[in-house]
Design a protein around this ligand. Structure first.
Ligand SMILES: [Zn+2]
Ligand SMILES: [Zn+2]
Length: 121
């Protein structure tokens, strides 16, 4: 049975930091990110987890690290309290792809970015 969550990327992250040998897996280059729908490519950081009750039943899905973390920290609009939760209309910044908006949300929240992304700064 595959573990609930497995991590991939150039460097261990999240709970895999404690046990990289057990939790880090090969980058799933044949998958697309469930959140942003962009292909997973070598050098991306992310995680694999089970999706229960989706259209395909039990399904193993991949998410980029930042796309996953956006669900935890909230969109840029949510962090600014300008989203529908607070009576506003702002969510992701206009003109950004879902992936870019997820990275922007992590930056605004002060989450350290994945190695590849940090290298680009
Ligand atoms: Zn993504
Ligand atoms: Zn919100």
């Amino acid at each position: 049975m595959t573990k609930p969550m497995e991590y991939f990327g150039p460097a261990p992250w999240g709970p895999a930091l404690d046990n990289p040998h057990e939790d880090m897996v090969k980058t799933p280059e044949n998958m697309v990110c469930y959140a942003c729908k962009e292909p997973i490519v070598l050098g991306d950081s992310g995680l694999l987890m089970w999706l229960v009750g989706g259209p395909n039943g039990l399904e193993r899905i991949a998410n980029h690290r930042e796309c996953h973390l956006r669900n935890i920290v909230g969109s840029v609009g949510h962090q600014r309290r300008a989203c529908p939760c607070f009576g506003g209309e702002e969510e992701d910044p206009p003109g950004m792809s879902l992936r870019e908006a997820a990275i922007a949300a992590c930056q605004l929240a002060g989450v350290p970015l994945s190695p590849k992304r940090s290298d680009l700064q």
